[in-house]
Design a protein around this ligand. Structure first.
Ligand code: ZN
Length: 187
């Protein structure tokens, strides 16, 4: 947090925002999910029981702080990156939510969950994964080498992967609206 010291006792934008966020609806996670160390990266989310195709595993809460690039640049919104996760939700709109389990789903090039729903049977002890192509749209983003270990691994996962026709076909209807609009424009 810039411009902030430990002895700063005046109310800050962050404390006001924390109140707003903590009063918001939290996300729901299936109780058969738990956090463990992952061979893909850091911590991951794992199944503790068999999960069938089509079962809802995550329901995203509706809360969070929504802001534009200008809000950020002018300091209207200041957030501690250790506490908040940022998702782009529209052309110039971002949503920050308190970091929870949804932040810990690792990327796989052959994920078993998207849209919060299991897309194939997940066995106990198996990591539940998603595809960052559905959530990361920063053009400069690059994850390389990808360690997902899936057959057909892309090796390099980038913030432009949503432009790939194969991924557009696989995840049709699951991209955020501002990405869906871009896909229609490009198509
Ligand atoms: Zn991969």
């Amino acid at each position: 947090m810039e411009n902030r010291t430990d002895d700063d006792t005046t109310p800050t934008a962050e404390s006001a925002l924390t109140q707003r966020v903590s009063g918001a609806e939290e996300s729901w996670f299936d109780p058969r999910l738990e956090v463990r160390a992952s061979s893909i990266q850091g911590q991951g989310v794992f199944a503790t029981a068999v999960i069938q195709v089509g079962e809802q595993l995550v329901v995203e809460g509706g809360g969070g702080v929504v802001y534009s690039t200008q809000d950020w640049a002018t300091g209207t919104v200041r957030l501690d990156p250790e506490k908040y996760n940022e998702d782009q939700i529209d052309d110039d709109l971002y949503r920050a939510t308190l970091i929870d389990m949804s932040y810990l789903f690792n990327h796989s090039c052959a994920p078993n969950m998207w849209g919060g729903v299991a897309q194939r049977v997940v066995h106990p002890g198996e990591e539940v994964t998603t595809d960052y192509a559905l959530s990361i749209f920063a053009p400069a983003y690059c994850l390389a080498p990808c360690r997902c270990g899936a057959p057909g691994c892309r090796q390099r996962v980038t913030g432009n992967d949503w432009q790939r026709p194969d991924l557009q076909a696989r995840y049709s209807g699951h991209f955020p609206p501002f990405v869906q609009r871009q896909i229609q424009r490009l198509g």
